[in-house]
Design a binder for this molecule. Structure first.
Ligand code: OAD
Length: 235
């Protein structure tokens, strides 16, 4: 807590675990999205080229679930923490927009978001409402195809967001790693590979590949642990 109180620069890295208590599934493990679905079919350029209707049907379902969900106390705690620290960055791997809806401002969506579709050929964009993209509108007038504005496996992260995240990781005094299995790179590298002197704290229900190397571990749900930390800081 002392390290957090003294921190001049904080980076928080979040993954799908922070949205678990909003009712959204994580990716790995029992009940996870990748337990019942094949990554290569649904989250790769090759899968999209093979069956764009299947891919959009899946993302439309996820988008509807995101819109039904509400930010939880963990999302709000991070938005509050931002108001207590002059140099705060939140890098998320999530595409569910719950951090944005909770009020986080300096937010880097490393894997994109599901608020827009974009044409894979001419980059034209269109906003998505809760019903997603109509399946008969996947083909774009330019001859390309509309795709979700997210990062798929094998694709680079959005360059601007990634550079900002790297810089925030390099200068951070404290790095909070919340609700991520820390197995997907390059995002996971932000936790431990950019700054040997940062104090790294992990908040997760389970052990992850980085647990042994971090400075502090909180084993508990993010929606409980984050408000505890942030309330103690602001009192
Ligand atoms: P994972 O499903 O890999 O990991 C979720 C983590 O959240 C696990 O370590 C859980 O133990 C933890 N967890 C679950 N509920 C929690 C809770 N209530 N509080 C705290 N922790 C909790 O999801 P991500 O790490 O987000 O990428 O996965 C990273 C990327 O892999 C995703 O962005 C996605 C996926 O494939 C793309 O689609 C490009």
């Amino acid at each position: 807590m002392t390290r957090l109180r003294r921190a001049r620069c904080i980076l928080a890295l979040t993954g799908s675990g922070i949205s678990a208590e909003s009712g959204l599934p994580t990716f790995r493990g029992t009940g996870g999205l990748w337990h019942d679905h094949r990554v290569e079919e649904l989250a790769s350029p090759a899968g999209f080229a093979r069956d764009p209707v299947l891919v959009w049907s899946w993302y439309n379902q996820r988008l509807a679930a995101h819109r039904r969900a509400s930010p939880n106390a963990g999302h709000y705690a991070l938005a509050h923490l931002e108001t207590l620290c002059a140099d705060f960055t939140l890098a998320t791997q999530n595409v569910d927009s719950l951090h944005k809806r909770a009020g986080s401002r300096n937010l880097l969506e490393l894997h994109g978001n599901l608020r827009e579709a974009r044409c894979s050929s001419c980059d034209a964009r269109r906003p998505l409402d809760a019903s997603g993209l109509p399946l008969d509108e996947i083909e774009h007038e330019c001859g390309g195809r509309m795709r979700p504005d997210i990062v798929w496996f094998g694709e680079p992260l959005p360059r601007g967001a990634w550079l900002q995240a790297e810089r925030a990781a390099s200068r951070a005094d404290v790095i909070l790693v919340v609700g991520t299995s820390a197995v997907v790179y390059p995002a996971a590298a932000l936790a431990t590979r950019y700054n040997a002197s940062a104090y790294v704290a992990e908040i997760n229900l389970e052990e992850t590949p980085i647990s042994a190397g971090v400075d502090f571990v909180l084993r508990g749900p993010a929606a409980r642990e984050l408000p505890r930390i942030v309330n103690a800081l602001s009192s």
